[in-house]
Design a protein around this ligand. Sequence first.
Ligand SMILES: [Mg+2]
Length: 184
Amino acid sequence: MSRPLLFLDVDGPLNPYAAKPEKRPDGYTTLRVPQDSGTPEEHGELSRRRRPLRVWLKPEHGRDLLQLDYELCWATTWMADANRWIAPALGLPELPFVDFGDALFQDRPDGVHWKTAPLVEYANGRPFAWVDDEQSDLDQAYVTAHHRARGLLHHVNPRIGLREYDFWTLADFARSLGTSQANG
Ligand SMILES: [Mg+2]
């Protein structure tokens, strides 16, 4: 049986961008990404456009993600840039990413997040977990209605980022699918 997909957002789960700006969270390193590299500016301000984007990353997260029994996949506005900037800092290999195309940042009238339909389409009936800081009940309802397999929408607080509890939850979900034989 193939492993479930783990759709990974960057800003929020891996980069706790909403944490107090004057203090870098424990265990995190600071990455400064040039803004003129084409990197999307999800949470920046126009007036700061030319300043490097500050990204906090916890190298341990790479190891913890690789130990999960999932196939990792970027689900982030960084898209291909996640492999250029984020993966190396976390010790992750180059990963597939969801290309959001015209859906990128396009709010929907029904309130469903613009990532949700492309993720369901990408999964194409495969079980998945989606780690993000922006899902709502509308997204859960959309997944329930449109996805033929199980889908876990796991919310992460962008002031805190991924914690041990989140990894337990993800491991439990994979185990509940009966696909965790290789784990541990
Ligand atoms: Mg986010």
